[in-house]
Each structure stands twice: as C-alpha cells, then as structure tokens.
Design a protein around this ligand. Structure first.
Ligand SMILES: [Zn+2]
Length: 129
C-alpha cells in the first residue's frame, strides 16, 4: 500500500504550496508561479489516475475493501481540479485573453468593438472593466 501513502503526502504538500502563492507579488512572476503550480497539480492528478487505475485492476482481480481508498483518491482528484480551475481563473484575471474575431479569427485589442480585418462586430466574452 506504499503508493497510496505517497499520493496522500504529495497532495498535502501541494495544498500548502497553493496557500502560500496567493500572498505573493503580482504580474508576470505571479503568472509563471501559477502555471508552475498548475503543472504540479496536473501531475498530482495524473498520479491519482494511475493509482485509481491500479485499484480498479486490483478490484477486478478480486481484492476486497478498496472502495474507501478509491473514494479518497476521487475526492482528492476533485479537489485538485478545483485548485487548478482556481489558478486558471487567477491567470485569466491577471491577463484577460484578447478577443478574437469570430469571423476571421484575427486577434484584436481588448477595447475593439469591430474587427480591423473584416469589419465584423465583435462580441466580448470577457469584457474588461
Ligand atoms: Zn474579422
């Protein structure tokens, strides 16, 4: 059961890292850190998937009493996905995506109301306040 222990420890380290990052400086450094954290969380999620796959296989072979561990891993994966979404939202806040013309896919300035290439009216997905 060594692998399950490792997964649990990893998850704990990640959430501590996630807490400390929120307090630090803004801008590009912040985005780089957020992306780094997302990468770590995604790796952790992959580890969970691997462990879950192993449990499914063990259960298939007839091993009993794995449900609790599976549930723990599923909840942990859900939590990781929530954290990833939170970090992605933070990145979007720091650097809102440029609007793109729905007709010709030209990238436009955030304030654009009409496409500079084809003149199409631009609907803003994330209007900047
Ligand atoms: Zn256009």
């Amino acid at each position: 059961m060594e692998i399950f222990k490792k997964v649990g420890e990893g998850a704990r380290t990640i959430s501590e890292g996630a807490k400390s990052i929120g307090k630090k400086s803004s801008g590009l450094v912040e985005v780089a850190k957020l992306k780094f954290e997302i990468g770590k969380l995604e790796k952790e999620r992959e580890n969970n998937f691997t462990a879950l796959g192993r449990l499914v296989y063990m259960q298939f072979k007839g091993e009993q009493g794995l449900e609790e561990e599976m549930e723990r891993l599923i909840n942990s994966t859900r939590a990781l996905e929530g954290e990833i979404a939170g970090f992605e939202a933070q990145i979007d806040k720091l650097y809102p995506k440029s609007p793109v013309c729905p007709k010709c896919n030209t990238e436009l300035p955030a304030s654009a109301k009409y496409c500079s290439e084809c003149g199409n009216k631009v609907e803003q997905d994330n209007p900047i306040e």
